[in-house]
Design a protein around this ligand. Sequence first.
Ligand code: ATP
Ligand code: MG
Length: 211
Amino acid sequence: ANHVHNVRGSRRVGIMGGTFNPIHHGHLVAASEVAHLFHLDEVVFVPTGRPWQKDMSKVASAEHRYLMTVIATAENPQFRVSRSEIDREGPTYTIDTLREMRRDHGPDVRLFFITGADALGAILSWRNVDELFDLAHFVGCNRPGHRLTDTGLPDGKVSLVEVPALAISSSECRERVRKGEPIWYLVPDGIVRYINKTGLYLDDGLTGGGY
Ligand code: ATP
Ligand code: MG
């Protein structure tokens, strides 16, 4: 395996999970900023398979979301995309992904799970939250409309960081496409072109073939 170590010792890998329906500049800025702040060697984007909390009839097929994530990250040598969750059968749980990353990378790698403030709040209510925090250090990023507070956070397991705030969400992008409004500059140019080419998000029911 390709275990490159940076000057600080063990390899440091960020994990950015998301539906990425579609990926947008809020995701990319958060990943880039956390990579910088935490001296990460790489960030792995992990598009979800069937997120257990989302209504899958409204989510574009895993393959479309995976390809858009590849297109958006292709030019950054520190960014990589994993098929791990989209290739897994059944509903997706972050803990399975973290266990798998830990197994694949070995005990020495340091894992950093990157989330927005909204997602971090939800994580604290998960089952197995103690094991999650043992598997990775969690990094919560501010996000417009969501407040970051350290009340109730376990000591030393979670860092809250300020990233340049972008008031962009995938839901807003989908809504704009449906209404014929532009999404230029909210998402990478290649994503605008991919969405136009495939007809994704044109109406509520049509989301690229579902899962
Ligand atoms: P949707 O509107 O469909 O829920 P989303 O924009 O929230 O989509 P997700 O794929 O759900 O995107 O988010 C993946 C991760 O990225 C989550 O941890 C989320 O908090 C974070 N994130 C999403 N948008 C931003 C943003 N603008 N700034 C910071 N973090 C973000
Ligand atoms: Mg969301």
